[in-house]
Structures are given as C-alpha cells and as structure tokens.
Design a binder for this molecule. Structure first.
Ligand SMILES: [Zn+2]
Length: 350
C-alpha cells in the first residue's frame, strides 16, 4: 500500500477501512503482550513465594497491589482468553481498538488478525520499538535509518512475511532518564510518520517533563505533533497546568490507565488518580478548549486487569466510566468526541 492509497483511510490488521466504520474506539490496549521484563523479584523468601504463585483468588489481593512482582501476572499469552475478554467490549458497544504492542513486547500480527476475524472488531496494529530495557542488547547500536526502514516496511508492506500492516507507529517507548537509542527511535518514528502519513503513539518516560521534551524531538525530526498521541498522561503529569501546556502543543492527550486505581504505583513515585479524577482532568481540558484532542483506553497489559482474573476488563470504560462522565455533567456530544470522532481523526492516514 503506497501512502497515496492509504490517505484518508484507517489501516487495520484486515486491511484499510473508512474512518466512519471505526465507531467506538479505544486508542491504547494490548490483547497479547510479553511484559515479563518488568518483573521485579522480591528479596524476602515469603514474598518470593508470592511472586511465583499463579494468579488465583488465593493471592489476588497481593498480586493486584504488587502486580510487577508476580511473574505469571506479567504477560497476556493466550489467544482464546483474549477473544473472550475483548468480546465483552464488543458486546458493550465497542467496535475498534489500537493494539499498541510492537517490537520488544511480543507483537503478534497473525494472532491479531485471527482475533479480529473471531470477534468482528477492527484492530489497528503498532510498529516501532518499545523501551530499551525490553530490546535485545545490540538494539542500542541500531541506526536511525534502519529503524525508519523497518517501520515504513511494517506500514506499507506488512510485518515480516505476514502481509499484515501496521496502522499506527507506536507505542514508541521512552524511559526516564531518556536513553540515546530511545531518542533515535522517536526520531525514526517521526520520520516514518512523515513518509507514510501514519499516526504516531508515544509512551513517555515517567516524569512530568518527558512529554514536552519528546514533542520537541518529534517536531525537530519533521514529525507532525498534531498527528501524535501522548500516552499515559494519568501516571506522568499530576499538575493540570502542565497537562494544559502539553495540549497547547497540539498533540492528542491520552488518559489510558482507566480501571487502574491505586495510591501506590510501583513504577514511579506518584499517586495514580482514580477514574473520577481522570474524568475531572478531562472536563478541565474540555473547558480549556481541548475536547478535540482527548482519547481514552485501559492499556491492559497484565492478567489482573482481565475479568477472568478478577479485574475490570476491556468494557470498563463503556460500562463504568461513561456513567461517571454523565454524572459529572459531560454531554453525549463530548462523550462521542472522545470515543468516536477523535479516534476517527487521529487514526486516518494523511
Ligand atoms: Zn501500552
């Protein structure tokens, strides 16, 4: 598919579709993901035991609170489970999703195509590279040009010999502190975006200043900031003025950890907002004139977030958060903008 053939269309794992066919869309999920590099093994013997226990009701409370310390929790490997879980989203009215897995976290094009056929959901697949700590050791020597080539090939010809094409560049992983190879990976993503017209999806480092720095690098590399989604705002920026300044750059602001409510967030020294607080941030962004840039998701990436393992599942935003939005005074037009119109605009190739 040349860029001109894709212009104005959304590229799913089953081929290009019209943006009007997207409907309700989550812009950052994982159906299958390899997340074990995040595993942090406790030192104490009894906690080592818990870290190796299966995800069952017996230890569910501990695993939920210490989700990065349980080995089995960190990975979604079962296709049949993915089909059952994401079907709940379809039955609740969901029609489409971005599956943000890419190099480093087990992207699986053929499985995504099978899940799409089995469920009737439109799935947009990622490209590019997740954070450096998930990459093979020689990755840090990869040149920017070869990264661009690989991403463009994923988008235009398909991943490997599968013929299945990426419809978004991301989630491009950045750590904090930001590594040199990750900076190259962001620049490569921005250059591939310019070449293909694809949308760009960024996983920023866990620091309030990270998103702004990344935006500067994207524009410096010739990328289109207004065609870029900044993920994980909920765990990155707790101060509204900083979120507002980021929105003024023109990028999409993604609240994508809905359903994850915890005072203690093990990966960064922040208090994770609850869903009501996330909606409050969204309302303030709307009041500041940024309705057209807000997108939402759950970023489901480990077992305890699935219904089967006692979690909220992929239908949580539709079933439990939309009622909160209505209670807090959001209009149907605003809800449709976030779930339908904004995804339609950002996911269509230019
Ligand atoms: Zn993600």
């Amino acid at each position: 598919m040349s860029p001109s053939q894709l212009s104005g269309k959304v590229q799913t794992v089953l081929g290009p579709i019209a943006p009007d066919d997207l409907g309700v869309t989550l812009t950052h999920e994982h159906l299958l993901i390899h997340f074990k590099p995040l595993f942090a093994e406790p030192v104490e013997a009894s906690r080592k035991g818990l870290s190796m226990s299966p995800v069952t009701i017996d230890d569910l409370g501990w695993i939920r609170a210490n989700w990065a310390n349980n080995y089995e929790n960190l990975g979604l490997y079962d296709e049949e489970t993915a089909i059952v879980e994401i079907s709940r989203y379809y039955r609740a009215g969901g029609q489409s999703l971005v599956e943000a897995s890419n190099n480093g976290i087990g992207r699986d094009p053929l499985a995504l195509a099978r899940i799409s056929r089995a469920t009737g959901l439109n799935i947009v697949m990622g490209s590019g590279y997740y954070v450096e700590s998930f990459q093979p050791p020689d990755w840090r020597n990869k040149s920017e040009d070869s990264m661009v080539e690989e991403i463009v090939r994923d988008v235009e010809d398909g991943v490997g010999d599968t013929g299945i094409r990426s419809g978004i560049i991301g989630e491009i992983g950045c750590s904090w502190p930001w590594t040199e190879a990750e900076k190259r990976s962001v620049r490569a993503g921005a250059r591939a975006q310019r070449e293909t017209g694809a949308p760009l999806l960024i996983h920023p480092g866990r620091n309030p200043s990270a998103p702004g720095q990344i935006i500067e690098v994207i524009s410096g590399a010739g990328g289109d900031v207004s065609r870029t989604i900044m993920s994980h705002i909920d765990r990155t920026i707790t101060d509204f003025e900083t979120v507002k300044a980021l929105a003024e750059s023109g990028c999409y602001i993604e609240y994508d950890l809905f359903g994850l409510e915890a005072t203690f967030y093990p990966l960064a020294p922040i208090e994770m907002p609850n869903d009501g607080q996330r909606v409050d941030f969204i309302i303030r962004l709307i009041e500041a004139g940024h309705l057209g840039q807000i997108v939402v998701a759950h970023d489901t990436a480990w077992k305890t977030r699935l219904v089967r393992y006692g979690g909220h599942g992929y239908a949580h935003l539709i079933e439990s958060v939309v009622p909160i939005m209505r209670n807090k005074g959001m209009s149907q037009g605003q809800i449709d903008a976030i779930f339908v119109e904004n995804p339609k605009r950002i996911l269509a190739f230019t």
